[in-house]
Design a protein around this ligand. Structure first.
Ligand code: CO8
Length: 309
């Protein structure tokens, strides 16, 4: 898919409603799935839709979808990836049989390497505006989702990858010291915006977030678990089973009560970005366009390439 047009136009072409036209919080409680079938009887079918970068499978009997990132080598969050993400999420949000989504990766050892750095290097002002609006949109849709969202983190998850996990309701990570997670923007010479910071603070608290953000830390799985960045660690082979069990626990509650509680906890942070969205885009453009920042990003990309040789 070519990276052309605004995210709004891209989503409009897909027939998906833009965020501002979605029903208000709590007004569209999801329908619980039908009664459980006795063993042996045919089950409701699973539905799958796949684009280039994300595979979505919806199990209609449980009401749980899995979104699997499949954009090698590192599931970087390019404009195309983010567009697919928003469209897929919106399709599920509008599907009354879907009550929860598990996010995971089909790329071995990587959950997501975060925002695609090439989208932020040597591009036009218009491109930076389109890209940043898409990043905002992805966060607004996911943080404000009515569905239960569980991140099944099966690999490294720096920066924007960590943000996706932080934005979910619950995080389970594979217990592997080689996998790390964190908002490492400072290491790239860039600054995580206020809504990345707000999301992080809401998960781990102010002190831990401040230290981790200032140092641009990437935390090995066990350390991330110790201070609550991830809720649980499991062996790789147990990840799917655990994610399904957590999802079942969250879905056992009445949707309207859980959704209204989620909204109460997240509304202030969501509203802050909505109120300052254009200003945030202009800040991003003027920051990322600075020659000193461009130089830092180029050096970082070179460092990634050199690491191989
Ligand atoms: N964007 C673009 N390309 C990337 C990215 C990325 N985020 N990450 C890796 N790549 C590329 C590499 O350059 C390499 O390319 P090539 O094959 O052409 O040399 C290829 O992907 C494979 O990478 P590695 O060889 O490094 O793969 P490994 O399996 O050894 O390691 C890692 C995987 C751990 C994910 C490693 O690649 C890594 O650490 N990547 C960088 C992750 C990172 O720092 N991301 C930060 C992105 S910024 C962000 O998300 C938030 C920005 C907030 C904006 C604030 C604005 C002001």
């Amino acid at each position: 898919m070519a990276a052309v047009g605004t995210l709004g136009r891209r989503i409009a072409r897909s027939g998906v409603l833009p965020l501002c036209h979605r029903p208000a919080w709590g007004t569209a409680a999801r329908q619980p799935p039908g009664p459980r079938l006795p063993p042996g009887l045919p089950r409701a079918p699973s539905r799958a839709f796949s684009n280039n970068k994300i595979l979505v499978e919806l199990d209609e009997s449980s009401g749980v979808a899995t979104m699997k990132f499949k954009s090698p080598p590192v599931n970087s969050l390019s404009l195309d990836f983010i567009t697919e993400f928003c469209i897929s999420l919106e399709k599920l949000e509008n599907d009354r049989t879907c009550r929860g989504v598990i996010f995971t990766s089909a790329v071995p050892k990587i959950f997501s390497s975060g925002l695609d750095i090439t989208e932020m290097c040597g591009k036009s002002t218009e491109h930076y505006a389109e890209f940043w609006r898409a990043v905002q949109e992805m966060w607004l849709r996911l943080y404000g989702s009515n569905m239960v969202t569980v991140a099944a983190v099966n690999g490294s998850s720096p920066a924007g990858g960590c943000l996706i996990a932080l934005t979910c309701d619950y995080r389970i990570m594979v217990d592997n010291p080689k996998f790390s997670i964190g908002l490492n923007e400072a290491q790239l010479g860039i600054v995580a915006p206020f809504w990345f910071k707000d999301t992080f603070v809401n998960v781990v608290g102010h002190r831990v977030a401040e230290r981790s953000l200032q140092l641009g830390s990437l935390h090995p799985a066990a350390e991330a678990h110790k201070f609550g960045l991830v809720d649980e660690l499991v062996p790789e082979e147990k990840l799917q089973e655990k994610a399904a069990a957590v999802m079942a626990q969250w879905l056992a509650l009445p949707d309207h009560a859980r959704q209204l509680t989620k909204s109460m906890m997240r509304k202030t942070v969501l509203d802050r970005l909505v109120a300052h969205r254009e200003e945030d885009i202009q800040n991003f453009i003027s920051f990322i366009s600075k020659e000193s920042i461009q130089k830092s990003l180029r050096m970082y990309m070179e460092m990634l390439k050199k690491k191989k040789s």
